[in-house]
Design a protein around this ligand. Structure first.
Ligand code: ZN
Length: 282
């Protein structure tokens, strides 16, 4: 695979040639930063883990240079930080048994500027070889601008593919803002009950972020527990862990759909629900 950025790479944990490794993919996550995949797309990792016929591939779009740092890493330069985050992402791909892990190495600023088309070309090249059935990316109501920009680039890349080459599902996942506010019937529910210790291991390899002062490991496992318990107020817990997603599939099936209006429709249904409930009990 030839990517546009000089230091971009495709890492294959089991050492197969790049295209052969990628062609196995059934589930793919495309995320902004190193560690986002393991926070948001755990369903895909778990569905594929140690299975002969399903394979998970990860794509990290940015270079991870600007992350906060502390503890062991407090004197690291941006370059050293970038290098350690690449190593951490490769470690996660080994722990999680991924088919392949792409690291596209774009500066955040370039992803947030839609005039830059190189990221779209790289994403299309990956999608064309991998042909995933399911793609996970950031949800469009995330509060991190780079996350939302990645989701928009993913939609653009998929929309430009011939219809027959588009994935069957595109799901927007939780990182910087969970989706608890969405109506339950609008949520895509991911069961994360299985392999709890593997989930913890996948989050734990990102030591530069966790020691950097953010307990993403505890927060993510806690969010999965909270989602499972707070999902349905009148039923017992049927899952021990849950992540939720926003279904973005209609946006890739119908490229004429307006992205802003599509997201606003979820927010409007939420607003209507709050209005109705207060009206019912006052
Ligand atoms: Zn991120």
């Amino acid at each position: 695979m030839n990517f546009k950025c000089q230091n971009a790479q495709l890492f294959v944990p089991d050492g197969l040639p790049a295209e052969q490794a990628l062609r196995r993919t059934t589930h793919m996550a495309i995320a902004a930063h190193q560690d986002d995949i393991e926070i948001m797309a755990i369903e895909g990792i778990l569905v594929c883990f140690q299975q002969p016929d399903t394979w998970f591939s990860g794509v990290v779009v940015t270079d991870g240079a600007g992350s906060p740092r502390d503890d062991l890493y407090k004197d690291y330069t941006d370059e050293q930080m970038r290098a350690i985050r690449v190593v951490e992402q490769k470690k996660a791909s080994i722990v999680g048994d991924y088919a392949a892990q792409a690291l596209l190495d774009y500066p955040s600023a370039m992803i947030k500027n839609s005039a830059h088309k190189d990221p779209i070309d790289d994403l299309q090249a990956l999608l064309r070889v991998a042909r995933p059935e399911v793609v996970y990316t950031h949800n469009l109501a995330d509060k991190h601008p780079t996350h939302v920009a990645v989701a928009l680039r993913v939609i653009e890349a998929i929309r430009s593919l011939p219809e027959a080459e588009r994935p069957g599902r595109l799901l927007g996942c939780e990182v910087w803002r969970d989706l608890g506010w969405m109506l339950d019937e609008d949520k895509v529910v991911f069961d994360t009950t299985a392999h709890e210790s593997l989930q913890a291991a996948l989050l734990g390899v990102f030591d530069s972020q966790i020691a950097g002062g953010k307990r993403y490991d505890l927060a993510t496992m806690g969010r999965r527990k909270a989602n499972a318990t707070y999902f349905a107020s009148h039923a017992v817990d049927v899952m021990q862990g849950m992540a939720t997603g926003m279904d973005l599939t209609p946006l890739i099936q119908d490229p004429s759909l307006d992205i802003q209006e599509y997201v606003q429709s979820f927010i409007e249904r939420f607003a209507g629900d709050v209005r109705k409930l207060i009206g019912n009990v006052q």
